[in-house]
Design a protein around this ligand. Structure first.
Ligand code: LRH
Ligand code: MN
Length: 431
């Protein structure tokens, strides 16, 4: 089944012609600047070229809130069209070769065929996501009073079975991990016994853990609040690491940047989880108030840089099991999702490149000698470096676009899809 790539490689190459000279000039000038700072620009480019982040299948569609969701013409209507749109992102930016699927939103009859379809698009599957935070039509047990931690054993059993079903699907897709996020919690003090609820979480996740294939991981995703507004069973990294340590070596913690109270020092959480070998992965996004699921780097690019600063330190002192799953998790409520995923992939790669440029020796010396300003300046020197010529050069070298969003707009892809795809009705909710 030859699946046609959504954009012709010639079109992408042609879109670079008018931008090549300017890029070469910017790259050469940055190269000279970095050489003066003892940094080899090609070494940074090689690291960036080896970096990748997975796209959320649900991010290809229109996102919404409890108030409204406003569809757009040419939006993807199923996993097949979502894969096609993710393939456009990968063709243009070259650092998003994997898609993280979500079930039952992405249920199909033949997962081997879906794996092949993705492969033809140059895509593979990353961690699968289960969903026990919504009731599906015809579902026997409701999750209204919880799923893995419900006081109703039938609801817990149903939630455990669904997670195991997601693992079995993931095995057919070539995934190597399951991300477990549950919205279980309470809205009133007294509504739930905070300890017994956590004990039920540990019992239920132990059953899912037991179903993991030998080379799989289970990523526990904590979240401060929403949909529960008084207590959430897995509310923070503390509860998450305790659960992961109790479950075993295949259980690690996933950090969704939007799942913390405002001003929480997320980079320190990253350092702690890494120190104990429990840093399993990320859901990159940005937020100003709550779990806003905004585009990565759109609100607080410095925090994203500081997170990658900890990841570069972690790469320098790896712990057992250190290979974090990098994934995007966003809700595209007002932009074309393809443009948001292109912009976010760029922001994430830029944070990594800036962190790689930091003079680690100078930083560590200043830290050890308590030269506060020089330690801060060592980080700031990396952060203020415009690394976009390195990212563009790495993209071009990999067959991508020097300016992905400009190339995407020039392709007329969305207009073409608007003519081909059925229209979606307005609605509410995340997908
Ligand atoms: C919960 C969450 C989780 C996904 C969902 C789409 O807020 O971050 O990772 O299952 O968003
Ligand atoms: Mn998430």
């Amino acid at each position: 089944m030859g699946t046609q790539l959504p954009l012709s490689p010639d079109f992408i190459r042609d879109s670079n012609v008018s931008r090549r000279e300017a890029l070469e000039d910017d790259y050469a000038s940055l190269g000279r600047q970095l050489r003066r700072r003892g940094v080899d620009i090609e070494a940074i480019e090689r690291r960036v070229a080896a970096f990748s982040v997975a796209l959320p299948s649900w991010g290809a569609g229109r996102g919404g809130t409890r108030f409204a969701k406003f569809p757009f013409a040419g939006a993807p209507t199923d996993i097949h069209e979502k894969l096609e749109d993710c393939a456009v992102v990968q063709q243009l930016c070259r650092i998003t070769p994997r898609v993280s699927p979500h079930f039952p939103w992405d249920f199909v009859k033949d997962y081997r065929a879906l794996k092949e379809e993705a492969a033809h698009f140059g895509l593979a599957f990353d961690a699968v996501n289960s969903n026990t935070f919504q009731d599906q039509p015809g579902q026997k047990q409701s999750y209204r009073s919880g799923s893995l931690t419900s006081t109703h054993s039938a609801s817990r059993e149903q939630a455990i079975e669904h997670n195991i079903e997601c693992i079995r699907i993931g095995e057919q897709l070539g995934s190597k991990a399951i991300t477990v996020w549950i919205g279980d919690g309470s809205n009133f003090p007294g509504q739930q016994d905070l300890t017994r609820a956590f004990d039920r979480y540990l019992d239920s996740t132990a059953r899912i853990y037991a179903a993991l294939p030998v080379d799989w991981r289970m990523l526990l995703e904590h979240k401060l609040y929403e949909p529960a507004f008084y207590s959430t069973v897995l509310q923070d990294w503390g509860s998450s690491i305790l659960a992961a340590q109790q479950l075993g070596p295949k259980a690690q913690c996933l950090v969704d940047l939007g799942h913390h109270a405002p001003n929480v020092n997320i980079e320190q959480i990253v350092a702690r989880l890494h120190r104990f070998g429990k840093l399993g992965g990320f859901h990159f996004n940005d937020s100003k108030y709550g779990d806003d699921d905004l585009d990565s780097g759109a609100i607080n690019p410095h925090q994203l840089f500081l997170v990658f600063n900890e990841l570069v330190e972690a790469e320098l002192s790896p712990r057992a099991g250190f290979h974090p799953a990098y994934m995007i998790d966003q809700s595209h409520n007002v932009t074309d999702p393809i443009e948001s995923m292109l912009s976010s992939a760029e922001a994430i790669a830029a944070a990594y490149a800036k962190a790689l440029i930091v003079d680690r020796a100078a930083l560590h010396d200043a830290q050890e000698s308590n030269d506060v300003m020089m330690a801060f300046q060592a980080l700031r020197a990396g952060y203020r470096t415009d690394v976009s010529p390195i990212l563009a050069q790495a993209r071009k070298a990999a067959g991508g676009a020097i300016d992905p969003i400009a190339a995407y707009r020039a392709s007329g892809y969305r207009e073409k899809k608007a003519r081909e795809r059925r229209e979606l009705a307005p609605g509410t909710g995340i997908v």
